[in-house]
Design a protein around this ligand. Structure first.
Ligand code: HDE
Length: 741
């Protein structure tokens, strides 16, 4: 069949493209890129129906006379509208809002000592990948800036089949047992009576559930930290969360935790910014990822592994199978073993980002599961959800989900089957097909489950080794910088202040007291409730399970708490200003030389400067040169930029001073502790915004991250400005509470 043949050829090409890996950076003009993108499939083609019939008129439906009724016979109208009526599929029950990109993964050196997985054994192998980032709670159309966990799902199209590493940007999870997942998700989703609030955990049902589930204490520390509001997908870590197994050629197994370490550093924004960005640009993260890849600034992460020999399984103060625990990097260092580069945007959001189907059970030989009860439950869920989301059992045939390794089995038919299976052998063993397809022995790469010895009673229960819910929560809180602790306290105050039932707030503060007395006290203060004493006694919060409350919710076990500097973003190395966005505030009469020197220096350092003015169009410099304006003070805001600079020029600065939005722009950037620079008269705008003392003497020693100088000194101002942007934020001048504007 013609259409069938065409589809197969196209997807073969896709597979090949993926197999070949990284295409070159696209450097042509935006207009050329647009045209190339938009005409990709249709250049020189006639418009047709889905049956291939050429359409003669796509503007008018078929009518009985020009002013008469439409005719049912109009097959083109019916086909077009029927297709449109069915253009939506159910959104993901969780992780509905996502953005994705293609890329490539390459291991630095063979990991054969630990795993037989081919893509981790051959440093020459460039494995194509598709990576989808997501928020968890919100619907498809919700803001990117919700305070939420971010999904970090990677599909490796390896030569031995697809391997999906379906992780998050936080290394632990809310619950220990898959059985509680529907409860968690029901609690966080909009409340069922009013469908409020969207993409937010700040409401009664979420905190009701959390306050009754002490095992979520550690995850709550992460979600209330700035990790839940990343600056960019490109600047967040990723984690496999569960402990997995690596298995080598000899069948020896080690435990492993997977990490992704971003080469741009780990950075977040402030909650005040997040709320404002949700209004100004709810697609902020999606746009950021797309634009970076489109401009050739390919995001990169290193794959890290923490490997624990099987014999050391029980040497930790916690259970390796408990997904509410992490292995501190100071205890087992993260070894960086390979690099992931995202280098191509999807061609079609629906076909790729929406239809991609991840599954933690998509494994390759050399990687295996642990008995983490959360992971075990996930193994069932992901196929099940695709059956309703993607409409049937053949979702693996959708191009984005296809393995590049050949697929041969006796599965047949079903909704939307693409493959035309030939012959009569659809069973095994068979003789009519020569016994094909054959089972693969271990030597042929056949997957053999790790032969773990299990000899146990069948129980519905939880190991006591899972019962310490607070030591790692405390470890996390104590390991944060003072600024991070303050943000976490403010986040808890914000969230719990939105809870309407006082008893839920109080119960939650009592849970926090188990983590850290000081933390609980500060949160309680913000809620206007009594400051609880740090408690070490049993919480007794749980719903008893057949009178066995003690086993279900035991006394908190306190383990020795060390500090883990790796848990603080403040201790992550700074990585320059690559792809950072800098607003250049300017109007007619701006100093052309200062503007040019500043923007050139920023571009040379890899940043993206954008001219922001009182209107759109073009502005004229003091020497009459036309400069394109990228955004107006009306359609953008300081929260969309990492830094601000104000080049001198008398008329330009006078115009900005007369525009309250310009003053607010700088004031807000100052309050958000961003780097700010000014040359010549530009300093006046900083003074008007309270970012620089008005007196000359005081202005000579500006606050941290503020860089000023006269116009001829623009080059050295730019150098210091670049260093200030690289520091990400200058917290010492962040007002307390940190949202001043
Ligand atoms: Fe998921 N999860 N999950 N999850 N998850 C889904 O699968 C589920 C969990 C994660 O970009 C769903 O295709 C259960 C942990 C990501 O397409 C669903 C449990 C972690 C994504 C599902 C968990 C994740 C999902 C919804 C507890 C981090 C988005 C749509 C047992 C390690 C993947 C879909 C994408 C998506 C179930 C817990 C990560 C319903 C039952 C822990 C990144 O199958």
């Amino acid at each position: 069949m013609r259409t069938g043949k065409k589809a197969a050829t196209k997807s073969d090409k896709k597979g090949l493209e993926r197999a070949l890996g990284a295409p070159k950076a696209v450097r042509s003009s935006p207009k050329d890129r647009d045209l190339a993108r938009n005409t990709k499939d249709a250049e020189g083609q006639f418009l047709t129906t889905n049956q291939g019939l050429r359409i003669n008129d796509d503007q008018n439906s078929l009518k009985a006379g020009e002013r008469g009724p439409s005719l049912l016979e109009d097959f083109h109208l019916r086909e077009k509208i029927t297709h449109f009526d069915h253009e939506r599929i159910p959104e993901r029950i969780v992780h509905a809002r996502g953005s994705a990109a293609h890329g490539v993964f390459q291991v630095y050196e063979s990991m054969a000592r630990y795993t037989r997985a081919a893509f981790l054994n051959d440093p020459a192998a460039r494995t194509p990948v598709f990576v989808r980032f997501s928020t968890v709670a919100g619907s498809r159309g919700s803001s990117d800036l919700a305070r939420d966990v971010r999904g970090f799902a990677v599909k490796f199209y390896t030569s031995e089949g697809n391997f999906d590493l379906v992780g998050n940007n936080m290394p632990v999870f809310f619950i220990q047992d898959a059985l509680k997942f529907p409860d968690l998700v029901h609690a966080v989703k909009p409340e069922p009576d009013r469908e409020i609030p969207q993409a937010a955990s700040a409401h009664d049902t979420f905190w009701d559930f959390i306050s009754l589930m002490p095992e979520s204490a550690h995850m709550i520390m992460w979600v209330m930290s700035d990790r839940a509001i990343p600056r960019s997908f490109r600047m967040m870590e990723g984690f496999g969360v569960h402990t997995f197994r690596l298995v080598n050629e000899a069948g020896e197994s080690s435990f492993v935790k997977f990490h992704w370490k971003p080469l741009l550093g780990v950075h977040s924004i402030l909650w005040d910014e997040a709320q404002k960005i949700s209004g100004l640009d709810p697609d902020y993260h999606r746009r950021d990822l797309w634009e970076a890849i489109d401009s050739g600034a390919f995001p990169e992460w290193e794959l890290g592994v923490q490997i624990v020999p099987e014999k050391d399984e029980h040497k930790f103060a916690f259970d390796l199978l408990d997904p509410t625990k992490l292995i501190p990097e100071e205890v087992v260092p993260v070894k960086r073993v390979g690099k992931l580069t995202l280098n191509r945007n999807p061609d079609n959001f629906f076909a790729e980002t929406e239809q991609v189907a991840f599954h933690p059970g998509h494994l390759v030989s050399g990687i295996d599961f642990s008995n983490d009860p959360l992971l075990q439950g996930r193994l069932f869920s992901y196929t099940d959800t695709q059956l309703s989301r993607l409409g049937g059992p053949n979702f693996h045939e959708i191009p984005i989900n296809r393995s590049v390794a050949p697929v041969h089995n006796n599965q047949r038919d079903g909704h939307m089957r693409q493959e035309i299976n030939r012959g009569t052998a659809s069973y095994q063993p068979n003789s009519v097909g020569g016994g094909c397809p054959f089972q693969a022995g271990r030597a042929d790469g056949g997957f053999v489950s790790h032969a773990e010895k299990i000899d146990a009673h069948k129980v519905r229960g939880r190991s006591k080794s899972f019962f310490d819910h607070f030591s790692q929560a405390a470890l996390f809180f104590k390991s944060q910088s003072d600024v991070e602790k303050e943000h976490l306290i403010q986040a808890l105050r914000f969230e719990l202040s939105k809870v309407e039932r006082p008893e839920i707030r109080e119960r939650m503060v009592r849970v926090l007291a188990q983590v850290d007395g000081g933390l609980a006290g500060r949160v309680a203060e913000g809620l206007g409730i009594a400051v609880p004493k740090a408690q070490n006694g049993p919480l007794n919060l749980s719903v008893p399970a057949d009178g066995d409350a003690a086993a279900f919710q035991p006394e908190p076990v306190r383990k020795k708490i060390l500090l883990s500097p790796a848990l603080s973003m403040a201790n992550k190395p700074l990585k320059g200003i690559q792809t950072r966005k800098v607003a250049v505030l300017a109007a007619d009469g701006v100093s052309g030389s200062s503007l040019a020197a500043m923007t050139e220096a920023l571009k040379a350092a890899g940043a993206t400067p954008a001219v922001v003015s009182t209107r759109v169009g073009f502005l004229k410099t003091d020497t009459g040169k036309d400069i394109k304006i990228d955004a107006s003070l009306l359609n953008t805001g300081s929260v969309l930029f990492d830094a601000v600079c104000v080049p001198g020029g008398k008329a330009s600065v006078a115009a900005l001073l007369a525009e309250p939005r310009a003053v607010r722009f700088v004031k807000e950037a100052y309050g958000h502790a961003k780097a700010i620079a000014a040359t010549g008269e530009g300093m006046q705008l900083l003074s008007a915004a309270g970012a620089l003392a008005a007196s000359k003497a005081q202005a000579a020693a500006p606050a941290a991250g503020i860089v000023v100088g006269e116009i001829p000194k623009t080059k050295s101002v730019a150098e210091a400005f670049i260093a200030a942007i690289a520091a990400h934020r200058h917290w010492e001048r962040e007002e307390k509470p940190p949202t001043p504007s």
